[in-house]
Design a protein around this ligand. Structure first.
Ligand code: HEC
Length: 325
């Protein structure tokens, strides 16, 4: 049996004994490939959070992070009436608290574009955007992904919440329309409730863009496997294609945050991205600069901005530029 999507990344098969052969699956984290036997197919679910693609939902992320980073344990993860870290506080975070914090994150404004008023610079951004596609950056950093029908309706408990997080049926469902105008602006454009595209510049897949075992951008431990196991010590070189929307406002770059400039990040792509990096290096200086100007236009917009594309004075800007639609 083979499952194939149009993107060709969910490819799996059965072995003669009925067990699952996931060796052909590309871009999906080890957690989503786990199977205990023929009756337990791999979930193949995309995990869009944590740089090596470990976390599937905002709620899972929130429960983890409150515990790991703040020493705050939610009741849904740790039980009620308990004080797991012995700090003298029981029931530090209720289910409603976790719902609120998850919905707040889901409804944050989306990043947009800031196009310089200077016509020459605006032209450089436009040409850089074309070059980005032409040399193959867009093969991984897909300029946009389309939401499925009703994909803009966010619910908690979310159907993807793994065990240890509030499950569907355990509480009344809370629904929010992520395109609702009452939410913080700007929001994605929804054409008559038909089509919402997300210009996140990612394929949400894992790629190895390191140049081999000595590449400093590898991680020496692979957190997807049990601590101490062979796989754990084999390290990890596969990371989610970074979303580039808002990138210019969010240095430093790469999963390790060691690169302070966009150019440094671009030049560090090797491995699966080597041919694209070679193509970038083969461009003239001015063409390379144009790609960087394009990346610089991907920004988090000032609070309250309504348009998704503005100029550097905050005025709504038509994009693509007039005559290029
Ligand atoms: C084979 C897939 C692939 C291709 C092709 C590719 N990238 Fe990436 N890109 C990635 C991955 C994966 C990361 C994250 C690496 C990490 O976190 O260690 C990344 C990270 C980045 C970042 C850092 C963003 C951040 O917030 O950390 C920038 C900028 C970037 N890419 C731009 C480009 C440009 C420009 C091109 C074309 C010249 C390109 N990429 C081609 C996969 C790709």
């Amino acid at each position: 049996m083979a499952l194939d999507t149009t993107m060709g990344w969910l490819r799996d098969a059965r072995n003669a004994d009925g067990s699952w052969d996931v060796s052909g699956v590309e871009g999906i984290s080890a957690v989503s490939l786990r199977t205990t036997g023929a009756a337990d197919p791999p979930s193949l679910v995309i995990r869009p959070w944590h740089q090596p693609s470990a976390v599937v939902s905002l709620r899972e992320f929130s429960n983890n992070a409150f515990n790991h980073h703040h020493g705050i344990q939610s009741t849904e993860r740790f039980g009620t009436g308990t004080d797991p870290d012995g700090d003298g506080f029981v029931d530090e975070m209720t289910r409603a608290d976790v719902t609120a914090v998850s919905v707040w994150q889901a409804t944050l404004p989306v990043p947009g574009r800031v196009i310089p008023s200077d016509p020459d610079l605006a032209d450089a951004v436009w040409q850089g955007e074309q070059l980005f596609a032409q040399i193959g950056c867009g093969g991984c950093h897909l300029p946009q992904l389309e939401l499925d029908n009703w994909g803009w309706i966010y619910t908690e408990p979310n159907p993807f919440n793994p065990p240890g997080n509030l499950q569907v049926g355990e509480a009344p469902e809370f629904q929010v329309n992520l395109n609702a105008k009452v939410l913080p602006q700007p929001r994605l454009i929804n054409e008559k409730n038909q089509r919402t595209v997300v210009p996140a510049y990612t394929d949400l897949k894992l790629h190895d863009i390191t140049g081999g075992p000595d590449d400093p951008n590898r991680e020496t431990l692979n957190m997807h496997f049990a601590a101490g196991s062979e796989e754990f010590f084999a390290g990890n070189s596969r990371f989610l294609t970074k979303r580039l929307w808002g990138a210019a406002s969010m240095p430093p770059y790469f999963h390790h945050g060691l690169f302070t400039t966009l150019r440094e990040a671009v030049l560090a792509h090797a491995g699966e991205a080597q041919t694209v990096t070679d193509a970038f290096n083969a461009l003239s200086d001015i063409e390379q600069d144009m790609i960087i100007e394009f990346l610089k236009s991907l920004q988090i917009l000032p609070r309250g901005t309504k348009a998704l594309v503005i100029d550097d004075q905050g005025r709504p800007r038509q994009w693509p530029p007039p005559g290029n639609n």
